[in-house]
Design a protein around this ligand. Structure first.
Ligand code: G3I
Ligand code: 9MR
Length: 568
């Protein structure tokens, strides 16, 4: 089934032309896609008005009027806002919020408002596949020849062994391009693939039949699992069949220019094995074996055996840390000096998948405090698995206490936003999406609506309820990134960037600041974003940010579909 990718409200222009009103000047900030009819519906405004109207986008008719709250300062935005709440308005349709002469970007209320966004968030992965041509039938304007077959890649000096010396040729095809660059990294692939597997696991009822319009759409495997397998297949090639250790990355020696991958003649290399990569691989493969078991038992076995062999390697090599690039190499590092969390994660996934609890004796399970997952800090992931798969009371309590602390932060903020300065760093939108995933897991464990509502608040932030009034997903909303740091989007000759991509987002550290001109004047953390090609620290895309975003939007979409069914 082909679904439209752009939720356009073409008739809006009949009411009020948007031309000439730049985003921040509209003064009304909200989710530009819209809301499920029964969801909380919140916007914020920096306009000085006690009331607001919800108007029909086409006719301008006022359909609902409400009161704004008094203004409160939002430190992350460096500005004061009033809150607008129109939750009680549930009629399906296309609307704008109006205050005086100003109006918001248009949005919809409907009970399948996120359907096309949910599909696009997964098609991002298809469109960023390595090693294969994307035919027009599946990629439309983004069709392209195969880039980086990776059937001939070279063992780098740092990975050389007696049997596989420097320059030894390996084959390591498939996988997704990591981000704006074309390289492939195991550490980042681990958390990304796990996140998508977990999404499938939780929302199987809704996702089993989802049509992603990919070449495998007509086989017997659900499309979401076909797409995830594209990366699992690559990860499997990164394991040394002789000893079970896993190589850290496959990349060129340096980041290449902004060209299409099929035109690049740079050699690709395989870099040294590491404990972090091998543990992330073990955890992901062990989890995959559970998810694929019902669909392809042989594949599930292959994944589980790979996980066990990786674990055996790690017991012999517990501290092979990848901390910096070898000389002459400048590509991503995903460096990690503390692998205790990766140990906890792999041990738990292996224990659950094999039923052998002795894996759990190898690492501590319980921490005093947990953090929202990100690629270097995965200690919450085994708690998710123990809570969801084993109904482990102590894991459930760990998940809920972190969730509650974020709910408290959100409640204390005029924009209902739990993001703090620490979260507003490189990949902040990925942090937001991971908070949303945590909320949805807490909701799954308790059915308490406050978690679902907080997940909606986080999605609202990503889709426009932020101080820049930007929908951070390419191709969606009225104002979204046009110049992401994404080589494919820049080099393909198509004006519009690839659709469905979540950009990194606001990042107060602005590591690219020296060469970027587009950052706003304000240094408030949530303002530090620039929609320009050179802004790799705020405007790049990456699989590990898109995966929790896919989780968030597909999760809310699935819960919404479920609730609509019970309502009927
Ligand atoms: O956690 C510290 C914080 O304590 C400190 O206050 C702050 C000050 O700058 O830094 C924080 O760490 C930052 C970290 O991201 C947060 O996750 C580092 O400075 C920052 O350098 C690091 O950036 C990473 C970036 O690579 C550079 O290494 C990003 O996490 C990571 O997502 C990104 O990944 C790149 C790959 O290497 C290559 N492919 C693209 C991909 C996405 O940009
Ligand atoms: O394009 C690279 C991007 O994928 C990385 O995330 C980023 C940080 O490692 O680096 C980008 O490459 C830039 C390099 O680091 C500095 N010179 C400019 C490069 C392209 O903008």
């Amino acid at each position: 089934m082909k679904r439209k990718l752009l939720p356009l409200i073409s008739s809006l222009a009949l009411f009020v032309p948007l031309t000439g009103i730049s985003a921040a000047e509209t003064g009304i900030f909200l989710n530009q896609i819209g809301f499920p009819d029964m969801a909380p519906k919140t916007a914020i405004t920096n306009l000085d008005s006690d009331t607001f109207d919800v108007c029909d986008a086409e006719s301008g008719a006022v359909l609902f009027t409400g009161k704004t709250t008094p203004p409160l300062y939002w430190d992350m935005a460096g500005e004061s806002f009033r809150r607008i709440d129109f939750t009680d308005f549930t009629e399906n349709g296309s609307y704008v919020i109006r205050i005086g002469d100003e109006h918001s970007y248009p949005f919809e209320i409907s009970n399948d408002v996120y359907e096309s966004l949910a599909v696009a968030s997964m098609r991002y992965f298809y469109l960023n596949r390595a090693s294969v041509a994307l035919p027009e039938a599946f990629a439309g304007a983004y069709s392209r020849p195969a880039g980086y077959p990776d059937t001939e890649v070279y063992i780098h000096k740092s990975a050389a062994s007696e049997t596989k010396p420097e320059g030894f040729v390996m084959s390591s095809p498939k996988g997704w391009f990591d981000a704006g660059d074309y390289n492939k990294y195991i550490v980042n692939s681990g958390i990304t693939t796990y996140t998508l597997l977990c999404m499938y696991d939780l929302y199987k009822g809704h996702l089993e039949g989802m049509d992603l319009h990919i070449p495998e759409s007509n086989n017997s495997m659900p499309d979401v699992l076909d797409e995830i397998r594209w990366n699992l297949d690559w990860m499997l090639t990164m394991q040394d069949s002789e000893d079970g250790g896993v190589y850290s990355k496959l990349s060129t020696l340096n980041f290449i220019g902004f060209v299409m991958p099929e035109t690049s003649t740079e050699k690709r290399h395989i870099f040294s094995k590491s404990t972090a990569a091998t543990l992330d691989f073990a955890a992901t493969m062990a989890y995959a074996s559970r998810v694929y078991r019902d669909y392809d038992a042989a594949y599930a076995d292959e994944c589980l055996n790979a996980a066990k062999r990786a674990w055996d390697w790690v017991l012999l090599h517990p501290d092979v840390l990848f901390l910096k690039n070898p000389e002459g190499v400048n590509t991503g590092m995903y460096q990690d000096a503390d692998v205790s969390d990766e140990f906890e994660w792999a041990a738990m996934e292996l224990a659950i998948s094999t039923g052998d609890s002795s894996y759990r004796n190898h690492s501590s399970e319980k921490r005093d405090a947990y953090t929202v997952p990100c690629w270097p800090m995965v200690e919450l992931l085994p708690r998710y698995s123990a809570a969801l798969d084993l109904q482990d009371a102590s894991a459930i309590s760990d998940v809920l206490s972190l969730a509650d602390s974020l709910v408290a932060k959100r409640n204390a903020n005029i924009a209902l936003n739990p993001m703090d300065r620490k979260a507003l760093e490189w990949g902040s939108n990925g942090n937001a999406a991971n908070m949303g995933m945590l909320m949805l897991i807490a909701y799954q464990l308790t059915e308490k609506t406050v978690y679902l509502e907080t997940a909606q608040d986080i999605l609202d932030y990503i889709l426009g309820r932020n101080p820049l009034n930007i929908c951070y997903v390419t191709g969606f909303g009225e104002k979204s990134p046009l110049y992401p740091h994404h080589r494919l989007s820049h080099a393909d000759g198509v004006d519009a960037p690839y659709p469905g991509m979540l950009v990194g987002g606001a990042n107060w550290a602005k590591q690219d600041g020296a060469q970027c001109k587009g950052y706003p004047e304000s240094d408030a953390p949530a303002m530090c974003y620039s929609d320009e090609l050179g802004s790799y620290a705020s405007n790049e895309v990456a699989i590990n940010w898109s995966a929790p975003f896919a989780f968030l939007v597909n999760g809310i979409n699935a819960v919404d579909a479920e609730q609509s069914k019970t309502k009927e």
